[in-house]
Design a protein around this ligand. Structure first.
Ligand SMILES: NC(=O)c1ccc[n+]([C@@H]2O[C@H](COP(=O)([O-])OP(=O)(O)OC[C@H]3O[C@@H](n4cnc5c(N)ncnc54)[C@H](OP(=O)(O)O)[C@@H]3O)[C@@H](O)[C@H]2O)c1
Length: 262
């Protein structure tokens, strides 16, 4: 029997990342867990080792820190056992754009976008070379909705969606699957960081339901998986409208509405 590939999961100390760790361990994959809180990852690793028998490695790293992140990038470049990257680590900020400090905004963008793309870039050449493997980027429905009032967080999640769709098109023909997962409100600690009591919100999904649905999309090789969206036709119509715009989008002359009346 061929050994199953290892899975590197960022943000695996709690929340959605810990949910992915549990599910991939139960599927028989060895794991590499990445986050800052070593004690939490060690407790999770201990449980998963004893319950499933898989090997679980821990890498303690602040992915917003270039030096610490570089160690994870090197592991992704060099460790041929790792064929699946779950790019899940991410955070948010409380308040509106005007409330947030410039430094906090930069840290958020660094973790949610720079780390995401650097880790994808570290593993992608090796996966493309071997013609197999997967990169999963955790976006958010907020990335579709400027109306939700989470400007910078939503922009980082729009980045995750776009990057995933573009990489799926570029790497798919070389055998590498790229999935964007767009959760809506899910019961995790991220809401504490947002300064919101999750129990005051409606439509809250539990982590295991979210991860199981995301993995159903993964198994089907969906490019974009939106677990809370019941009417998939709405996504299909949205994407079809975007694509319908493309053939006429490059023109040498400005549109008539921008040309002053003679
Ligand atoms: N929960 C939701 O409602 C929701 C909805 C849509 C999308 N998402 C997305 O889902 C992903 C997971 O979020 P979650 O809800 O599970 O949040 P969470 O419970 O706050 O967990 C975030 C994880 O990321 C890690 N992390 C945070 N900052 C890090 C850093 N600088 N370096 C390394 N790891 C770091 C945390 O571990 P340490 O603190 O130990 O580093 C933790 O393991 C995020 O990308 C989030 O944007 C969540």
């Amino acid at each position: 029997m061929t050994a199953k590939p290892s899975v590197l999961i960022t943000g695996a100390s709690t929340g959605i990342g810990a949910g992915y760790a549990d599910r991939f361990a139960r599927r028989g994959h060895d794991l590499v867990l990445v986050a800052r809180n070593a004690a939490r990852m060690e407790a999770l690793a201990e449980r998963l080792r004893s319950e499933t028998g898989v090997t679980v490695d821990i890498m303690t790293a602040d992915l917003a820190d270039p030096t610490e992140r570089a160690v994870v990038e090197t592991r992704l470049r060099d460790d041929a056992q790792i064929e699946i990257l779950i790019n899940n680590a991410g955070t948010t900020l409380a308040g509106t754009f005007l409330d947030q400090s410039t430094d906090d905004v930069e840290r958020l963008v660094t973790l949610n976008t720079t780390a995401l793309v650097r880790l994808a870039h570290a593993i992608a050449p090796r996966l493309a070379q071997s013609g197999k493997g997967a990169i999963v980027n955790i976006g958010s429905v907020v990335g579709l909705a400027p109306e939700f009032g989470m400007a910078v967080y939503g922009a980082t999640k729009a980045f995750a969606l776009y990057l995933s769709q573009a990489l799926n098109l570029q790497l798919g023909p070389q055998g590498v699957y790229v999935q964007a997962v767009l959760p809506a409100t899910t019961r995790t600690e991220i809401w504490d960081h947002a300064g919101v009591d999750v129990d005051t919100l409606s439509g809250v999904m539990e982590v295991n339901d979210l991860v199981d649905a995301a993995l159903a999309g993964f198994d089907r090789r969906e490019a974009v998986t939106i677990p809370p969206l019941h009417e998939v036709g709405k996504w299909d119509a949205y994407d079809a409208a975007r694509q319908a715009m493309l053939p006429g989008i490059s023109q040498s002359q400005p549109a008539a509405r921008y040309i002053a009346d003679a």
